[in-house]
Design a protein around this ligand. Structure first.
Ligand SMILES: [Zn+2]
Ligand SMILES: [Zn+2]
Length: 127
């Protein structure tokens, strides 16, 4: 399997798993779905690094100790489950002037921010 095919599988798997997996979790899924591929954990790490450097995916830090990855590069917020660690998107339309407000208050020119909601997901509430 060549490098570009490996990268395709990694990106594709990330895009299909809306839970914003960590590199380890993503590797688990890839192994399960492609048992015969030669994609190792180091390959996953390397490709996630390249994809986030080129802006095709986003790294999300500050959720947990390990980084999560996101194929959605548009502005949005995240909500993380404190029990199972699943991360979903929250639409940012309801607070779209948040950057302007922060810039007004601080005088900074702001180019990025992270907003994280924490709680218990639907699934874990039922357990
Ligand atoms: Zn949960
Ligand atoms: Zn996201």
């Amino acid at each position: 399997m060549n490098y570009s095919r490996q990268r395709e599988i990694i990106y594709d798997t990330l895009a299909r798993n809306a839970v914003h997996p960590t590199a380890d979790k993503l590797y688990e899924i890839i192994k399960k779905e492609n048992p015969n591929s030669n994609i190792g954990i180091a390959t996953v790490y390397r490709n996630l690094k390249v994809l986030s450097e080129t802006g095709q995916i986003k790294r999300i830090s500050g959720l947990e100790e390990s980084e999560h990855f996101d194929h959605n590069t548009h502005t949005h917020y995240h909500v993380i489950c404190k029990k199972c660690g699943k991360v979903y998107d929250v639409d940012s339309n309801f607070a779209s002037n948040i950057i302007n407000e922060a810039e007004k208050q601080t005088g900074y020119i702001i180019d990025s921010y992270d907003i994280v909601f924490r709680g218990i997901c639907d699934c874990c509430q039922k357990k």
